[in-house]
Design a protein around this ligand. Structure first.
Ligand SMILES: [Ca+2]
Ligand SMILES: [Ca+2]
Length: 229
């Protein structure tokens, strides 16, 4: 009788040993902590190496892969935070200029926040340079949240058509040429540039202006893509 029981017991032990090894081996199935839910429903595990505004570079067990922003719905980085990519439009929060008419009315600060100048004219609710001459001036606007820019809008409310060059300043303080040309904005009116999103995060915008008389800018809006937790 005893002889007959050895077989099943051995088989059971081997099965248990095999299960133990399998469980032990499969526990660290993915040692990567980042997860990417794709628009197809597929779930990818890996390590997020970079996101340049349009493409995710992900290191996976099978090697490096790249996924376009549109194809990724949700990202889990680590075990807790959820990260979404979304579009954000924001008004400038800080401003400085080559010169300003005064430290209150017509100051650079008047170009921050949402528009509050409602007609074309010489209004203290917009930025104006110190001189009414035709020298070159600049106005630098900084935004609360750096984004990969897709659009810039500037509300010109006096002597419009004054912008001849636009630069973006990235989060490393590096300047990038964004636009140069002939500004044909009416007064009041929106100067607008649209672009394929920048491959760098923009925190500030420098508007270069030059026109006879006081050029006045009421508000500046920056739109772009951001990754947020
Ligand atoms: Ca001028
Ligand atoms: Ca204003």
């Amino acid at each position: 009788m005893k002889k007959h029981r050895v077989g099943p017991i051995l088989v059971t032990l081997v099965v248990l040993l095999w299960m133990w090894i399998s469980v032990g081996m499969s526990a660290p199935l993915s040692f990567y902590e980042d997860a990417f839910r794709l628009s197809t429903g597929e779930l990818i595990f890996g390590e997020l190496l970079s996101f340049d505004g349009s493409t995710f570079k992900i290191k996976t067990e099978r090697g490096m892969i790249w996924k376009e922003k549109e194809d990724v719905v949700v990202i889990l980085v680590g075990i807790n935070p959820l990260i979404y990519t979304r579009t954000l439009s924001q008004w400038a929060s800080k401003a400085r200029a080559s010169s300003q008419y005064s430290s209150s009315g017509w100051s650079a600060q008047q170009a921050t926040g949402e528009p509050n100048t409602y007609q074309c004219g010489d209004n203290s609710t917009a930025w104006a340079p110190r001189s009414k001459g035709s020298g070159a001036e600049w106005l630098e606007l900084t935004f609360g949240t750096p984004v990969y820019v897709t659009q810039l809008r500037v509300y010109e409310t006096y002597n419009s058509g004054c912008i001849y060059k636009v630069e973006f300043v990235d989060v490393y303080e590096e300047k990038h040429a964004a636009w140069q040309g002939k500004d044909t904005t009416t007064c009041p009116g929106w100067f607008e540039i649209k672009l394929a999103q920048t491959r760098y995060l923009v925190k500030s915008v420098i508007l270069h202006t030059q026109i006879e008389g006081y050029e006045e800018i009421d508000a500046v809006e920056l739109t772009g893509i951001l990754i947020s937790k």
